[in-house]
Design a protein around this ligand. Structure first.
Ligand code: 6PG
Length: 242
């Protein structure tokens, strides 16, 4: 489903309603709401959630769709960005926010494994669950069609086993990152992309109208879950059937 709204503000409203509905459904079923957030412009788009009614913040378990391997207060950290734009304004218990373990900043494989183990604790053992089923994963669309830290032409597009992957050659700085993999994105109950602004119009048309190009965003196709796009008119201008 593509939700094409006139303005960025309308997108924020629609996204807040969507997230609140998703958390109700998840909490009703399992007593908790597992969500993964991205960096970039995404955290700012959550602004309307701050005053939304009926949010059970203490039931949220928050992860990162991708994270840069830097200290948590570093200007490149997605956690730092989410804290500034979102966590500082809402009462999510600190223990429910799953950051990278910065003891391992010098050993990216250890750091990757620690993050995967955190997911395994939340979503049952890796042996019993092939992949975690996030209630909601919120993604951005990069100017080159990347999402998470899954970049066009990168070998990680082929990952089929790991839940969390690491890379040291990200074309977008900083180079060291961890990211959820496609199997994890595609096992989620809900995946939602958020893309706004004129700068996104060419790429959005390529992703939505020409999926055969195989750009990373086009490879997000949940097997059972739902896929939604929240876009504004400026971004949707060149899309054939928004
Ligand atoms: C990252 C982000 C990244 C982002 C896209 C879109 O860590 O780099 O998570 O994947 O979502 O690059 O960024 P914008 O929303 O800023 O365009």
């Amino acid at each position: 489903v593509v939700y094409s709204l006139p303005t960025v503000d309308d997108v924020k409203d629609a996204l807040a309603q969507f997230v609140v509905k998703a958390q109700h459904e998840a909490i009703e079923k399992k007593g908790r709401f597992t969500i993964a957030l991205s960096g970039g412009s995404l955290p700012k788009m959550l602004g309307k959630l701050v005053d939304a009614p009926d949010v059970q913040w203490d039931r949220w378990q928050v992860y990162y769709a991708d994270e840069r391997v830097v200290p948590l207060d570093h200007e490149d950290s997605n956690h730092a960005l989410c804290k500034k734009e979102f966590y500082d304004k809402v009462p999510i218990p600190e223990g429910n926010i799953h950051t990278i373990n910065t003891d391992y900043l010098d050993d990216i494989e250890e750091l990757r494994e620690a993050y995967e183990n955190d997911l395994i604790l939340q979503f049952a053992s890796k042996e019993t669950a092939r992949f975690p089923i996030f209630d909601l994963i919120l993604l951005g669309m990069g100017p080159d069609g990347h999402t998470c830290s899954l970049f066009p032409g990168h070998e990680l597009l082929m990952e089929e086993v790991e839940w969390v992957a690491c890379l040291e050659d990200s074309p977008k700085p900083p180079p060291k990152r961890i990211t959820l993999t496609f199997p994890v994105l595609n096992h989620a109950a809900r995946v939602a992309f958020v893309a706004t602004g004129e700068g996104k119009k060419e790429m959005l048309a390529r992703i939505l109208d020409r999926p055969e190009e195989g750009l990373p965003c086009s490879r997000v196709r949940p097997l059972v879950g739902t896929l939604s796009w929240f876009v504004d008119d400026a971004a949707a201008e060149l899309v054939a059937h928004p």
